[in-house]
Design a protein around this ligand. Structure first.
Ligand SMILES: *Cc1c(COP(=O)(O)O)cnc(C)c1O
Length: 494
C-alpha cells in the first residue's frame, strides 16, 4: 500500500516512510492512496478473536511491509496486561438495548490516546529500522492534555527516541498537568506554552517547517517527527477499536451481523471520528457518524453550512481535549471526499490565509450523507454527567458527556433509534472537580484527595495510574512564549 500527501499525489511513500515522516514536506497529511476493504467474511472471523488479534488483522491490511509476527509482537506489547487494566482492552458497555459506550480509557494514562500511543512507538521505531535511519528521532508533541501524557508514556525510555511535549499553560486540567510534569524517563521533556492549544499546535507546526532548526538538529544527530494525530501511525490503531466494537456487539448478540449502527464521537482534532469513518469505508455497517463538539463548535457549523471558520472566540471548557479551532485531521476527510489533492491544498491555503474556507455544495452534500454535528456548552455537559449517572448508574467524564448530549439531540431531532456506540474517551477520574460538581458536590477536597472523594461518592475505585501520582515530585517547570519554543528544543537536544 502506498501513501501520498493530501495536498499532492505526485510523490508516493511506503507505510514505513509515511510513519517515519509524520507530516508531508508540503504540510499535507500522509494518507493511503486508497482504503482497503475488509474481506467478505472478515467481521465474522474477527468476532471470535482477542483485541490484539483484531489489531494485527486490521493493521496488516494497511502495512504490507510489516510481517504478521512483527505486528503480533507490537500488539501484545501495546495492549498487554501491564498496560491495560482489562483483557478486553476496549470493552463495550451496554447502557440500554440500543445505547452503548466504547470505553477507550483502560490504558496507562486513562484516556483514549493510549489506544494509539501505545502502538505508535512500535510502529515508528520499526519504520525507522526499515528506513535504515541512523539519526535519533525527536518526537515533538503539542497537546491539549491527554496526547502529551499518552505520548510520554508510550515513548519513555524507548531506544533511539527523544520526546518533547508542549502544553498550553492554562489549557489543561490540574491532574493532566501533574501527570505530565512528573513524567519519568531519561529521554523525555515537558514545557508549557503561554497561550491556548492552537498556539501550541501552531508553534509545533512552525518548528517542523523551520529549515534552520532542521539543519542544526541534523548536525547534532537528530531529526524531528510527530506523534500528533496527524501521524498515520496514530490514526491506524484507532480504526481497530471501531471494528472491534462492532464485532463485540455481534458476538454478544446485541445486534445481528450486517445490522447498521451509528457512532458518536466527542471530537477535537477530528482524528478519532476520522478513524470511525475509515472503518465505515472499509465495510463496517455504520450509518451515521455523529460529531460532538463543546462550545468550540467550529465543526458543528462546518457540517451544517459547509463553511469552516476559525475566526471566532476560543473557549476554555471543562472538556479541554476538545478545545480546538483547527481540526487538523479534517484535511484527510476532505481528501477522501473530493479525491482531489489540488482542491484540498486550496482549502488549506485559504484556511492559512484567512482562517476560513467553504466547500462546494456537492462536497457538503457528500459529507452530510455521512456526518451530523451537534454541540453543547459546559452547563449541559455537567447536566448530562448527572443524568447518565442517575439513570444508568454509570459515571462518564465531561468529554464523553458532550458525546451523549449530541446523541440525545440527534435522536430527538431525527427519531433515529439505530443502535449507537458512543466513544468514551477519558476516565471520569481525570476530571474529578467537574464530575463531582455534576453529582451535586460543592465542597471539593484539595489536590489529589479529590480522587478519593469521587471514589467514595460513587463507589468506583481510583484508576491505579492516577492513584500513583501521589508522592511524585514535578520534574519539569519550564514555560516559554510561543515564539521561543525553539529554545526548548535546542536545550533538550544537546
Ligand atoms: C483527544 C481527545 C478527544 C478528541 O479527539 P480527537 O481525535 O482530537 O478528535 C476527546 N476526548 C478526549 C478525552 C481526548 O483526550
Amino acid at each position: 500500500m502506498q501513501y501520498i500527501s493530501t495536498r499532492d499525489r505526485e510523490q508516493q511513500f511506503s507505510a514505513s516512510q509515511a510513519i517515519a515522516k509524520g507530516l508531508a514536506d508540503d504540510g499535507g497529511l500522509l494518507t493511503p492512496v486508497y482504503l482497503p476493504k475488509l474481506p467478505r467474511r472478515a467481521l465474522e472471523e474477527l468476532k471470535d478473536m482477542s483485541y490484539q488479534q483484531r489489531a494485527v488483522y486490521v493493521m496488516k491490511l494497511f502495512l504490507d511491509e510489516f510481517t504478521v509476527k512483527e505486528l503480533t509482537d507490537f500488539a501484545n506489547a501495546a495492549y498487554g496486561p501491564e498496560k491495560f487494566d482489562t483483557p478486553a482492552v476496549a470493552p463495550v458497555r451496554a447502557l440500554d438495548s440500543n445505547t452503548f459506550c466504547l470505553e477507550l480509557w483502560h490504558g496507562p494514562t486513562c484516556a483514549f490516546k493510549d489506544m494509539a500511543l501505545q502502538m505508535l512507538p512500535h510502529l515508528l521505531t520499526a519504520s525507522l529500522r526499515k528506513q535504515e535511519e541512523e539519526k535519533t528521532v525527536c518526537i515533538l508533541v503539542a497537546t491539549s492534555g491527554d496526547t502529551g501524557k499518552g505520548a510520554l508514556e508510550g515513548f519513555k525510555d524507548v531506544d533511539h527516541t527523544r520526546i518533547l511535549v508542549f502544553y498550553p499553560k492554562d489549557g489543561v486540567s490540574a491532574i493532566q498537568e501533574l501527570q505530565m510534569v512528573t513524567q519519568e524517563g531519561e529521554n523525555v521533556g515537558v514545557c508549557s506554552v503561554v497561550g491556548n492549544f492552537d498556539d501550541a499546535q501552531t508553534g509545533v507546526k512552525k518548528l517542523f517547517s523551520d529549515e534552520k532548526l532542521r539543519e542544526e538538529l541534523a548536525q547534532r544527530g537528530f531529526f524531528l517527527s510527530s506523534a500528533n494525530s496527524i501521524n498515520w501511525g496514530r490514526v491506524l490503531p484507532q480504526i481497530v477499536y471501531y471494528i472491534s466494537a462492532y464485532c463485540d456487539l455481534v458476538r454478544d448478540e446485541k445486534i445481528q451481523l450486517g445490522d447498521p449502527i451509528n457512532i458518536c464521537v466527542p471530537t477535537g482534532n477530528f482524528g478519532n471520528i476520522l478513524a470511525a469513518y475509515y472503518a465505515k469505508d472499509m465495510g463496517v455497517p455504520i450509518n451515521k457518524l455523529i460529531c460532538a463538539s463543546n462550545s468550540n463548535n467550529v465543526l458543528t457549523d462546518f457540517l451544517r453550512t459547509g463553511t469552516y471558520d476559525r475566526n471566532r472566540t476560543f473557549y476554555n471548557t471543562m472538556s479541554p481535549s476538545m478545545d480546538i479551532l483547527i481540526s487538523s485531521n479534517l484535511e484527510r476527510l476532505l481528501y477522501a471526499i473530493t479525491g482531489e489533492n489540488s482542491q484540498v491544498r486550496e482549502y488549506m491555503e485559504e484556511l492559512n490565509r484567512t482562517g476560513r474556507y467553504q466547500v462546494s455544495d456537492k462536497v457538503l452534500e457528500k459529507i452530510q450523507r455521512l456526518f451530523v454535528g451537534y454541540c453543547c456548552d459546559d452547563t449541559v455537559t455537567q447536566k448530562v454527567i448527572g443524568t447518565i449517572y442517575r439513570n444508568f448508574d454509570y459515571l462518564i467524564d465531561p468529554h464523553t458527556a458532550v458525546g451523549f448530549s449530541a446523541l440525545t439531540q440527534y435522536r430527538e431531532e431525527t427519531g433515529d433509534m439505530t443502535p449507537t456506540v458512543v466513544a468514551s474517551t477519558a476516565s471520569p477520574f481525570k476530571f474529578c472537580d467537574n464530575v463531582l460538581g455534576a453529582l451535586g458536590e460543592t465542597n471539593l477536597r484539595d489536590g489529589l484527595d479529590i480522587l478519593d472523594q469521587l471514589s467514595e461518592k460513587t463507589g468506583q475505585p481510583v484508576p491505579a495510574p492516577l492513584a500513583s501520582l501521589r508522592g511524585k515530585q514535578p520534574r519539569f517547570q519550564r514555560t516559554e512564549e510561543k515564539e521561543h519554543m525553539v529554545d526548548a528544543v535546542l536545550d533538550m537536544l544537546k
